[in-house]
Design a protein around this ligand. Structure first.
Ligand code: WQD
Length: 339
């Protein structure tokens, strides 16, 4: 009997790619999503890719009664992967109260229902934003949290604190794994799922692909005077499919009782830092498309350089990113051409 795993936000960008990998590994993912940042068409795409249509229910996780009704109606859930969150850095600066309410209250409601219904395993979608501007690079999981540059980043830190305390509580039998993503980019090789943009893209790669499509006149490179090899910011870009696969490893670790601590954290990156200008050149190498760009002033809140120490995830979780920057950018370009 396939093991039931609840995937909150499972119709979102990383959630949908994870649902595909979970199905292909023989699990039975159950999806809840409030559809605030996605559509049910993603479910059709998942079915086309896998040949299976996972159970989906529209649930507002900030409504305790809705959350509990779902768990009461769906017994036998072995673990939860918690993606559901508002995730736009810029929007979180404009609407901080919404971000704290949505991201924290949904997590608290989830934990309360998991406790009532005896669900003991959770994998949490965290972020490298908790590291801020790290003191040393590559950054490992022991690096201290830094003041968040945005309410969004702060909600990730606060959710990790909530999960750590909930796991450590005396009567708790909770097992938690927080996965700290670096910069997820790209799309599924079928181009049936990917990162849907609503209006002008905030992130670098969708802005590059929209510029290549002629939807944008040119790419603004935010800052050319950083203390880096070419003056532009450095990030650890990682294929969304590699990120998705890591979640399967984390769930297997929990369900096969291989967790060594009740609360574990893993960085999900490639370990390679790539600059904005290098990404532009890599995109041209991968697709043949030239990108108009101009160096503009720095974007407030940007980190100068951050990339992962992946030793723990490689050795302990047994997971390693396999896809190259060119694979990532080619898949992003293929997805863009389907929009
Ligand atoms: C990358 C670089 C920009 C747009 C994101 C998420 C965060 C976390 C990590 C998961 C920066 C530069 C961008 C543009 C540019 N993800 N840039 N022109 O800010 O690293 O963070 O990934 O949890 O939640 O926000 O990603 O793609 O916005 O920026 O020059 O038009 O590209 O300055 O140096 P970021 P990003």
């Amino acid at each position: 009997m396939p093991e039931k795993v609840l995937i909150t936000g499972g119709l979102g960008y990383i959630g949908s790619h994870t649902v595909v990998e979970m199905i292909e590994k023989g699990y039975e993912p159950l999806i809840i999503d409030n559809l605030s940042n996605t559509t049910v068409e993603v479910l059709d795409a998942i079915e086309k890719i896998t040949g299976k249509r996972p159970q989906f229910e529209k649930v507002e996780m900030c409504d305790p009664e809705e959350m509990d009704r779902f768990f009461t109606a769906n017994k036998g859930i072995k673990a939860v992967i918690h993606f559901a969150a508002a995730l736009l850095v810029g929007e979180s600066v404009e609407k901080p109260v919404h971000y704290y309410w949505n991201n924290l209250f949904s997590t608290i409601n989830l934990l309360k229902s998991m406790k009532v219904h005896g669900v003991k395993n959770i994998v949490f979608s965290s972020s490298c934003t908790v590291y801020g501007n790290p003191d040393t690079l590559p950054v490992d999981e022991q690096a201290p949290f830094k003041p968040a540059a945005s309410p969004y980043g702060n909600t990730k830190k606060m959710c990790e604190d909530i999960l750590r305390d909930a796991t450590a509580a005396a009567a708790s039998d909770l097992k938690t794994i927080s996965l700290r993503y670096f910069n997820p980019i790209g799309a599924h090789p079928t181009s049936l799922i990917g990162e849907v943009q609503h209006g002008e893209p905030h992130h670098l790669v969708p802005y590059i692909t929209e510029t290549a499509m002629g939807k944008r006149d040119s790419l603004k490179v935010f800052g050319g005077d950083y203390d880096t090899r070419d003056g532009s910011c450095i990030r650890d870009y990682i294929h969304v499919v590699d990120i998705a696969k890591a979640h399967v490893y984390a769930i297997e670790r929990q369900l096969e009782s291989k967790q060594k601590q009740d609360y574990e954290v893993f960085n999900l990156g490639t370990g390679n830092g790539v600059s904005v200008l290098e990404m532009i050149h890599a995109f041209t190498n991968a697709t043949g498309k030239e990108i108009n760009y101009e160096i503009r002033p720095r974007r407030p809140g940007d980190v100068e350089a951050v990339y992962a120490d992946t030793k723990l995830a490689n050795e302990e979780l047994g997971w390693k990113a396999e896809l190259s920057v060119e694979d990532m950018l080619k898949s992003a370009w293929d997805w863009e051409q389907k929009q």
